[in-house]
Design a protein around this ligand. Sequence first.
Ligand code: SAJ
Length: 413
Amino acid sequence: MKICVIGLGYIGLPTALLLSRNYSVQGCDVNPDIVKNINHKILPFHEPGLEELLESSDIQASTKPVPSDVFLICVPTPFDKDIKMADLKFVVNALESIGPVLQKGNMIIIESTITPGTCEKIAIPIIEKTGLKVGNDIDLVHCPERAIPGQTIHEMIHNDRVIGGIDKKSAERAGTIYRSFVKGNLYFTDIRTAEFVKLMENTYRDVNIALANEFAILSEEMGINVWEAINLANRHPRVNILSPGPGVGGHCIAVDPWFLTESSVNATLISTAREINDNMPSFVFSRLKRIFSSKSIPNPVITIFGVAYKGNIGDTRETPALKFIRLCERENWKIRIYDPHVKSFNYPILDLEKATEGSDCIVLLTDHSEFKTINPSSLAMRHKIIFDTRNIIERHSWEKAGFFVRILGSGDE
Ligand code: SAJ
């Protein structure tokens, strides 16, 4: 059996490589550089375990789909910020690109995150333009991806999966394919429920992070340390409050909840949570402004620790750091960035020494482990100030090194 995986990004490539252990797999991507690299066994991005998988795989890549038994679509679903709606153009393009090679008996699986109803209202009409009928001639499935960057391969193998079929036959057929590498449970449902489940998962996390962030804002107003308060509240057997931070990034949680708000006026909690999280860079910025005004530092040089959207990965997609940087620039503050994981970004990444020398303040935005072991006495700063938005530094040792330490949500004036 031949499987053609369309979209060789963060999800498509690992999935294609895992499938290629048992099936003949053709990877397909519109970007010729990615195709060339994969055919030369060069990874377009890093992820634990991916290199080994690529080395031992006989995957072939091309820019166009080839005739196959199964087509697996793993293209991104961008978010149109202006109208706050999912942009389905890549999914539509992928479906259209399959048309010329689609044959009776084939199956199409969509892993890309889509709004509920997309398979029935958008995918089926495109597929049926070929003259083939979904259900009779073509099996159609939505199996949303469920893997966290940094642990993608492990989660792809061990997480449970939800498989939504246009009919029972489609879902079960897809189940046999996922069973080839998934050790978690497979749960079968209808296609629209599967579309909704994916959005529920990421929305659940977004709303809970927003709650933690709102608690941090309230704690600052009330002079309470939110970290201690959360820790104590979480001793309740049914409470599990997440951690506040400078905002939510990544291509999933910062985006997917909007897919639920786009067609309903009733998703008020979801859109409020999104707004709370999107406003966190502004909140961090306002706290800093207060610090600089109390210390009479008019044009500070800021060192940012971490621009990755979360700790111990090099991924900067939708990072809240970008909004924070733009706010600083608008105030004419100078920015320097230190991030041991990020290889390329919209701004230069410096080494620790260059990023901190002569700086007025460190703003820690990402919880990379490396930041916990920095020796504060070794830093040649102009003013010794650190604002930790993740509560990861050892406060006492930074204070001992002469630093004025502020932690997001710590309730310090
Ligand atoms: N964050 C906080 N506080 C927390 C936890 C996270 O501020 O307590 C921030 C992170 O710093 C980051 C953002 O939230 O900026 C998102 O990070 P994450 O680790 O929660 O999630 P992602 O975006 O890396 O991956 C999510 C996962 N979804 C869920 O946990 C429900 C993953 O399982 C999905 O597969 C992935 O989205 C996806 O592709 O949809």
